[in-house]
Design a protein around this ligand. Structure first.
Ligand code: 9YW
Length: 419
């Protein structure tokens, strides 16, 4: 039975493989997405080790000169997605978007590095990628943490990877909609509009893109220029875990200075995360940097820090919180607390469970010894696939599959859960 599921996952990866990169799913997302690729490489590694490395190398071959790694690379023309290159206008040789996504690449690379059968090839390829990933991390701290707090802000909800989270609602309401030209969405042609962000949210997404575009995509200006600046503990946890993993690889490759810089970032960032802890919810919260206040919204972004080396007391509290949530939903982990009025079990990041987040949470829990709750997250994830197939996301209340089908990173995560 499980080997069936594994084989199906292999088929999905093959189906979405474009040779040097994978698409998240055909139709809905016909290009290369940043964190999808990094996490999908972990699955590709089961099938073809060199191909898995290529996935991450392709991503980094489109890194900007300033160090940013864009969230979408438009390798080929396809009018099935909006907003395409003509909206972003970033002036890149191969068109890309102008914003970034959760920096999970160093974590993924370390998985490939540690599991490599061909150790020598892995050392050579890792040595070439390490400075590029380091440059991306440098870019984050230079451009998204100008006051050197130790934590970085996202300046567009798409950067978080959790596009329409309830977390952004208040901060996002300060983003205007006036002046945005008419546009036609494509996402709702491929999937049920009830599972997607609203039209008003799309207007604000595009307003921000147009604002950044008007500043020539100059990252030294965008943080200050964005009315939306949010410090997401989940996003930062991914960055800090990646900094820790980069440090370990740097040590292995004799890059001691890089290892030290990265470890110092981890220590500073984890200490800074303390200010995001909520005793009310027993989890971390986002911080709205534009107004200087925590955001009173208990989402998965506040549980994801268990992926990073947070203090034991915090990890214990998050494990307990997940157990409580496990009594509220049939399938862990809901992307938002179901007791919140705006929770919507089918609408994208406002409630549904996503296997990639489950994977990162389960990884952190298992590392810290919370085996029982980690096992629950894993078995719920596998069960979701068994009932609903390799969907983009799932209703945590009844397991209904939502969004697009045949998802690459969903398949990659299933391979990890079954291994
Ligand atoms: C979009 C590809 C991407 C993910 C994001 C997810 C969604 C794309 O799909 O965003 O156009 O809204 O929110 O995390 O990388 O799978």
């Amino acid at each position: 039975m499980n080997s069936d599921l594994f084989d199906q996952a292999v088929d999905i990866l093959a189906r979405n493989d474009k040779g040097t990169y994978t698409v998240p799913t055909h139709g809905l997302y016909p290009f290369q997405w940043n964190w999808d690729s990094a996490l999908s490489a972990i699955g590709l590694n089961y099938i073809n080790e060199p191909r898995a490395w290529t996935e991450i190398e392709t991503l980094f071959s489109h890194q900007w000169e300033d160090g940013m790694v864009p969230h979408i690379i438009f390798h080929q023309e396809d009018d099935g997605y909006f907003p395409g290159p003509e909206v972003w206008q970033t002036g890149r040789p191969v068109p890309t978007s102008g914003i970034t996504q959760p920096p999970v690449a160093a974590f993924a690379l370390r998985r490939l590095f540690n599991r490599a059968k061909d150790k020598e090839a892995a050392r050579t390829r890792a040595a070439a990628l390490l400075p590029k990933i380091a440059a991306w991390h440098d870019w984050f701290f230079a451009n998204r943490d100008p006051e050197q707090t130790g934590l970085v802000a996202i300046i567009h909800p798409w950067e978080s990877g959790r596009d329409n989270s309830i977390d952004w609602d208040d901060a996002f309401s300060r983003v205007p909609t006036e002046g945005v030209g008419a546009f036609t969405r494509r996402d709702t042609l491929h999937t049920d509009p009830a599972h997607r962000p609203t039209q008003e949210q799309y207007q604000r997404y595009i307003w921000l893109v147009e604002r950044f575009r008007s500043l020539g995509w100059d990252n030294s200006k965008l943080h200050e220029a964005s009315p939306f600046r949010v410090v997401d503990p989940g996003f930062n946890a991914i960055l800090l875990r990646s900094c820790a993993d980069l440090a370990d690889m740097a040590d292995d490759l004799g890059e001691t200075a890089l290892a030290e810089t990265s470890r110092a970032r981890v220590a500073k960032g984890i200490a800074a995360l303390e200010a995001h802890w909520s005793d009310k919810y027993k989890q971390y919260l986002c911080y709205d940097r534009a107004i200087g206040a925590l955001i009173d919204s208990p989402s998965i972004g506040g549980l994801l820090p268990v992926f990073a080396p947070i203090p034991e007391e915090r990890a214990t509290a998050i494990a307990a919180r997940l157990e409580t949530l496990g009594n509220r939903v049939k399938y862990l982990v809901p992307s938002h607390d179901p007791d919140v009025e705006d929770f919507d079990g089918r609408r994208y990041w406002r409630g549904p469970a996503w296997l990639i987040v489950n994977y990162m949470i389960a990884d952190g829990l298992a590392r810290d010894g919370y085996d029982q709750v980690a096992a629950r997250v894993v078995s719920d994830s596998v069960e979701l696939i068994r009932i609903g197939g390799f969907a983009e996301y799932f209703d945590p209340m009844n397991g209904a599959p939502c969004g697009g089908p045949h998802f690459t990173w969903t398949a990659a995560m299933v391979m990890e859960f079954l291994k």
